[in-house]
Design a protein around this ligand. Structure first.
Ligand code: SF4
Ligand code: SF4
Length: 453
C-alpha cells in the first residue's frame, strides 16, 4: 500500500498544465537585480561597489551571520548600483544591479554537462563547497544547506529524505528536473548521505508522476551498480495528498515518525531536502558552480505559453513575461509559488530569487472569493488540518487578539498550508487570519526566549 501522512490533508485538482514543457534556457536579460536577502537568516553583506566588473559565479555578497549565505553574480557585467530595490512583495531590499555582458565564468567552475559521479570522501570539503557556493533549501524555506547538514551536538540523523512530492497544484519545476537531471539529483543525494553519515536515503515522489518515479529509480539503480557510495538510496511512491511536501508530513509518510510541536526533523533523526536542493548540491560540489540559476515554472490557464525555464537569479519578472509573449489581459493576479501556499506578487519589476520556483497567473474568476458567512461548526477545517489544529478556534481567538490562548492552542505549529481555507464552506478567510496572528505569537515567543542584553 502506498504511504502518506496520517493527519488531515486535502486533494486539490493537479492542474499540472506545464508538465509536458521541457526545461528551456531563458536568455539573460540586459540588467539583473540580485537580492542580498534571498535566504533564511541574516542578509548577505555586499562586497562589490558601483563600477566594479564581475564575472559569472563571482561572490558579490558574503554571509553576515551563522545563518546567512553567500550570493554570487549570475551574469558577467558591470555593477551599476548597490542600493535598495523593491522585491516581489514591493518592499525595498538591498540589491546589486548589474548591466549584463556576454558570459565570462569565474575561475574554477566546470560548465560542462559531464556527470561527475565519484563522491569526495572529505566531508569538510563537501560542506565547504556547499557553503561557498551559496546553496540554500529550494523547497520554500531557503535555509542555508550547509547549516542543515551539520546537526547540533547531540543530534544525529539516520535518514535523509528527498522531497520530490511537488504536491502544490500547477508547479512542475521539480518534476522536470527529475525527468531531465535525475542523475545529478541522485549524486547530490549521495553527497548529502555521506556528509550526514546515514545509510538510508528515501526520495519521496507522489503517484501522479509515474515518469519521474521511473527515471529516478533508473538513475538510483544505475549509480548503485557502479559504486557502494550509492547503496541505500531508494525511491518511494507516495499517495497523492496535499501538503505531502511539508517537512513534517513527508517524515510521517516515509517513516511514521511524528515531529513534536515546535520540534525539528532532526529531533526524530531525519533531514529533509528538496530534489532541487540536491541538484544545487551536485553542481556546487562536483562542478564548483554557485547557485546562480534555477528552474521556474511559468503557468496559468490564462497565460499564453506554459513553460519551465532555467532562469538566472536576479532576472526581472517583467522580462520573463515579455519573453513569453506579454501579460494577457485576463490575468488579474500573479503568485510566486503555488495557489495554496504561494505569495501574491506586488511588483512585476521585481527580480527572481534562488528560491523562486513558479510564477502563476490567475484570472479574476479564479481568485474570486465568495462572501464570508458564519461558522456552521462543521469541523471540516479541523479534519483537513495536517498539523492537528482547530482552525475554527484559532480564527475566533485571533479575531479577539487572545495571544496566550492562541499559543496554548499551538498556532505556532501552523505551516500555512491553506487546507483549512480550502475546506471551509462558510468561506472564512482562515489562513489570512491565522497567518497574521501566528506572526504575532512567534514574535511574543521570541521576545520571551531572546537572551537579555
Ligand atoms: S493553514 Fe495552518 S491551521 Fe490551516 S490547515 Fe494549514 S496548518 Fe492547519
Ligand atoms: S470549516 Fe469553516 S464553517 Fe466549518 S467549522 Fe471550520 S471555520 Fe467553521
Amino acid at each position: 500500500m502506498k504511504k502518506t501522512f496520517s493527519i488531515g490533508g486535502v486533494h486539490p485538482d493537479d492542474k499540472k498544465i506545464s508538465a509536458g514543457c521541457a526545461i528551456e534556457v531563458l536568455p539573460t536579460p540586459k540588467t539583473v537585480y540580485i537580492s542580498m536577502a534571498q535566504h533564511l537568516g541574516a542578509p548577505a553583506k555586499p562586497v562589490v561597489a558601483a563600477g566594479d566588473r564581475v564575472k559569472t559565479g563571482q561572490v558579490i555578497g558574503e554571509p553576515s551571520a551563522f545563518i546567512s549565505a553567500y550570493v554570487h553574480s549570475s551574469v558577467t557585467g558591470t555593477v551599476k548600483s548597490v542600493a535598495p530595490y523593491r522585491d516581489l512583495a514591493g518592499n525595498p531590499v538591498m540589491h546589486v544591479e548589474i548591466t549584463v555582458e556576454p558570459d565570462e565564468w569565474a575561475e574554477g567552475i566546470d560548465t560542462t554537462d559531464t556527470l561527475v559521479t565519484e563522491i569526495p570522501q572529505d566531508v569538510r570539503f563537501i560542506v565547504d563547497r556547499i557553503k561557498n557556493n551559496g546553496v540554500v533549501g529550494l523547497g520554500g524555506a531557503t535555509f542555508p544547506t550547509n547549516v542543515k547538514l551539520c546537526p547540533p551536538p547531540g543530534k544525529k540523523a539516520d535518514i535523509l529524505i528527498l522531497n520530490g512530492a511537488e504536491c502544490e497544484p500547477y508547479l512542475t519545476s521539480d518534476y522536470r528536473i527529475m525527468l531531465e537531471k535525475n542523475g545529478q539529483i541522485v549524486v547530490g543525494a549521495a553527497l548529502m548521505k555521506h556528509v550526514l553519515g546515514v545509510d538510508r536515503v528515501v526520495i519521496g515522489i507522489e503517484e501522479n508522476k509515474p515518469e519521474a518515479i521511473a527515471k529516478m529509480k533508473e538513475a538510483a539503480a544505475s549509480l548503485a551498480a557502479g559504486s557502494s557510495d550509492y547503496a541505500g538510496i531508494e525511491v518511494m511512491t507516495l499517495k497523492k495528498k496535499y501538503p505531502q511536501g511539508g517537512e513534517k508530513q513527508l517524515i510521517d509518510a516515509v517513516t511514521h515518525r511524528q515531529v513534536k510541536s515546535m520540534g525539528l526533523p532532526i529531533d526524530v533523526g531525519a533531514v529533509v531536502q528538496n530534489v532541487a536542493t540536491s541538484l544545487a548540491v551536485y553542481e556546487a560540489v562536483q562542478k564548483n558552480k554557485p547557485l546562480i540559476d534555477n528552474t521556474v515554472t511559468v503557468t496559468g490557464e490564462c497565460f499564453p505559453k506554459q513553460s519551465n525555464l532555467l532562469v538566472r537569479v536576479g532576472t526581472p519578472l517583467s522580462y520573463i513575461i515579455e519573453y513569453l509573449g506579454g501579460m494577457p489581459e485576463s490575468a488579474a493576479k500573479a503568485i510566486s509559488g503555488g495557489p495554496m501556499m504561494g505569495k501574491a506578487i506586488a511588483n512585476m519589476d521585481a527580480a527572481t530569487l534562488k528560491g523562486t520556483s513558479s510564477i502563476l497567473f490567475l484570472t479574476r474568476e479564479q481568485t474570486k472569493r465568495n462572501p464570508e458567512t458564519n461558522c456552521i461548526r462543521c469541523g471540516k477545517c479541523a479534519e483537513a488540518c495536517p498539523m492537528g489544529l482547530e482552525p475554527f478556534l484559532l480564527n475566533k481567538l485571533a479575531r479577539n487578539n487572545m495571544y496566550d490562548e492562541l499559543e496554548q492552542n499551538a498556532i505556532q505549529d501552523c505551516i500555512e498550508c491553506g487546507c483549512c481555507l480550502y475546506s471551509c464552506p462558510a468561506n472564512i478567510p482562515l489562513l489570512d487570519v491565522i497567518r497574521i496572528a501566528k506572526g504575532e505569537v512567534i514574535r511574543i515567543i521570541r521576545g520571551r526566549t531572546a537572551p537579555k542584553k
